[in-house]
Design a protein around this ligand. Sequence first.
Ligand code: SF4
Length: 234
Amino acid sequence: MTEGQQKSTPQDVLKQAFDAHELVTISFSGAEDVVLIDMACNISEEVNVFSLDTGRLHPETYRFIDQVRNHYGIDIDILSPDADALSAFVKEHGLFNFYQDGHQSCCGIRKVAPLGKHLTHYDAWITGQRQDQSPTRTELPHQQIDIAFSDERRDLMKYNPLSSWSSAQVWQYIRSNNVPYNPLHDQGFMSIGCEPCTRAVGPNEHERVGRWWWEEATKRECGLHIINVEEESQ
Ligand code: SF4
């Protein structure tokens, strides 16, 4: 962690992102993301938020997305996979091939492709990633060029304001500020993704153990943050 990273608060990083870019969007799925939405609504009058609807989320998560939308009075772009591509994929591979073949191809169609298309409209995006979430995130900076989604037109910037926060700090903020959270957290789910690829974890287990548990820990990025894996392997 750099000295600057230690001194900057998440609000500092968010303000830096809003000051530096006209077109910024916040990725929303988990508890960290709602903390960022809460902070952003106190900093900026215009907060763009998107969420990836893979079609495989828990019912609680769908209701939670609408709860956040109503709580903050914001629009949320709900991104869906390309219907034709998904239909062809499911016809060939079925609905649960990720247990045998790994999650990359399913995540590629349901998450990465819609995300890539959406990010072409923005100069920067903001994520709730934290360094202590995964072996793929230990070097995560407050800001970086997202080489996975940059193009010849511009470098896409990616901001990770909570990179040096712990889970305890996130939950302290949630409790202190009455931030809404997914009710699945009260059932032992810590990191929540798609229903077939997420499970509750025990009190002493690491939060990411509940995601893609049949795969190696160093491979557990869904493609949204694939630069973490690429940088890790260099
Ligand atoms: S998390 Fe699982 S169900 Fe969701 S897109 Fe990835 S592989 Fe598919």
